[in-house]
Every structure is written in structure tokens, then in C-alpha cells.
Design a protein around this ligand. Structure first.
Ligand code: SF4
Length: 86
């Protein structure tokens, strides 16, 4: 989907997660075991988010240590940061 961010807007304006009933879904207490179900659910929201690339880029730049950002867990972002030079 094409979208255009106006000068007075930020990519978060288009965040699919801003409309979910439970924002805590994106901050599970764990990322393995029984919590995998929640992580998967959050990733499904990210999968239909039109600003996923912007979100992931921000999280990688910021070194965001917690939460699901751009469809990734903290561990997945650590792997990405090691693979892609800053
Ligand atoms: S990619 Fe996921 S965490 Fe990022 S703005 Fe979209 S829905 Fe939210």
C-alpha cells in the first residue's frame, strides 16, 4: 500500500498497533514458552502495518531493548544489528 506522510505527521500516525485493544501485547513478559502465542499475535499486527519498515529502522537505530517493534523481538533485532553495520 502506498502512503504519504505529510510534514506535520510522524510515521507513528500510521502504526497499526495504535488501534489494538491491548497495547501490552507488544511488551510480553517473555518471548518464549507460553508467551510465544502473544508474540505471534503482535507480529501478525506488524505484518499488516504500513509503517513496519520505519518502525524497525527506528528500533534498530534506538537500540530498543524491549518489546515487539517492526515485527521483531529484541533478540531478532540484536541479530539484525550484528548483521547490518550501523
Ligand atoms: S510495525 Fe508493529 S510495532 Fe511497529 S508501528 Fe507497526 S504495528 Fe506497531
Amino acid at each position: 500500500m502506498q502512503y504519504q506522510i505529510n510534514e506535520d505527521e510522524h510515521w507513528t500516525t500510521y502504526a497499526a498497533c495504535s488501534g489494538v485493544d491491548d497495547p501490552e501485547l507488544f511488551y510480553p513478559i517473555n518471548y518464549t514458552g507460553p508467551a510465544v502465542f502473544l508474540v505471534t499475535e503482535a507480529k501478525m499486527v506488524c505484518g499488516r502495518c504500513i509503517v513496519r519498515d520505519e518502525c524497525l529502522a527506528w528500533a534498530l537505530r534506538a537500540g530498543e531493548p524491549e518489546g515487539i517493534w517492526g515485527g521483531t523481538t529484541p533478540e531478532e533485532r540484536r541479530h539484525l544489528r550484528r548483521r547490518v553495520p550501523a
